[in-house]
Write a protein that binds this ligand. Structure first.
Ligand code: G3P
Ligand code: CA
Length: 255
């Protein structure tokens, strides 16, 4: 008889478009998210921060300098100021006029079309952001996992504990690229509130995956930017691959 493929009976891997399909369009813009949906990504990954006047916006860096034609910290700019910025031209003139999206716009446009992996970026800069995100989900009846593919993640573990207490039905993930955060003690602690441990590619090993699985958690790995980087992750059977290039993850391949 033919040998069973590894992980034959498990669900296939989720393809997560990192900041949208950011290899093909300016990161964290509607253009990048729409591209990801066209490419049939299972999730878009977005970074959420808060403006001076309390609007949740989607941008990776703590400043607007790299990805827009403006300068300054997100937390020191009003939403009106942020909205005037061009968030597309830095990537390619073709995308001139792309704006920094609000978190709520992304929820409204993409719910039901793709999953959303929400990263709380630097939540220590934005006290109360966990409640704000929870409220936005609750208002839309997106606070129950049944009909929505929503996951919340952060490098800030306290923030994820807080979020888990606010919306216990929404899975949370911890992000890490530090070996000292992947000891047995740390993994045991994560398992008390987290559903995912999401390491950088550099931290990944099949052994780490096993240690995470033993504790009942899942794993998505970031950031795949070369086709060959997906292979060992697929072979090991990770739950998700977070990539700038959703087409680098073969559809329907194991796990
Ligand atoms: O989704 C994981 C990844 O987004 C974490 O790193 O810096 O791209 O937000 P970063
Ligand atoms: Ca991110």
């Amino acid at each position: 008889a033919a040998m069973a493929a590894p992980n034959e009976h498990a669900h296939r891997v989720d393809t997560v478009a990192h900041r949208g399909a950011s290899g093909y369009a300016p990161e964290n813009t509607m253009a990048a998210f729409r591209k990801a949906v066209k490419m049939k990504a299972d999730y878009i990954e977005i970074d959420v921060q808060v403006t001076k006047d309390g609007q949740m916006v989607v941008i990776h860096d703590n400043t607007v300098d790299r990805t827009t034609d403006g300068t300054g910290k997100v937390k020191d700019l009003t939403f009106e100021e942020i909205r005037e910025l061009d968030a597309g031209s830095y990537f390619d003139p073709e995308f001139a006029g792309e704006q920094i999206p609000t978190f709520e716009e992304v929820l409204d446009e993409f719910r039901g079309k793709t999953g959303i992996l929400i990263e709380l970026k630097s939540p220590e800069l934005y006290p109360g952001v966990e409640e704000m995100v929870a409220d936005a989900l609750r208002e839309r009846n997106m606070d129950k996992p049944a009909n929505n593919k929503i996951i919340v993640q952060s490098f800030n573990f306290d923030s994820m504990k807080t979020f888990h207490e606010l919306l216990p039905d929404i899975p949370v993930g911890v992000l890490t690229n530090k070996p000292e955060q992947l000891t047995d003690e740390m993994l045991d602690e994560f398992a008390t509130y987290a559903d995912y441990v999401n390491p950088s590619l550099k931290m990944f090993s099949p052994e780490l995956l096993e240690r995470v699985r033993e504790r009942g958690m899942k794993m998505s790995v970031w950031t795949v930017r070369k086709p060959e980087e997906a292979e060992p992750l697929l072979d090991a059977g990770v739950d998700g691959i977070i990539t700038d290039y959703p087409d680098y993850v073969p559809r329907n391949k194991h796990k």
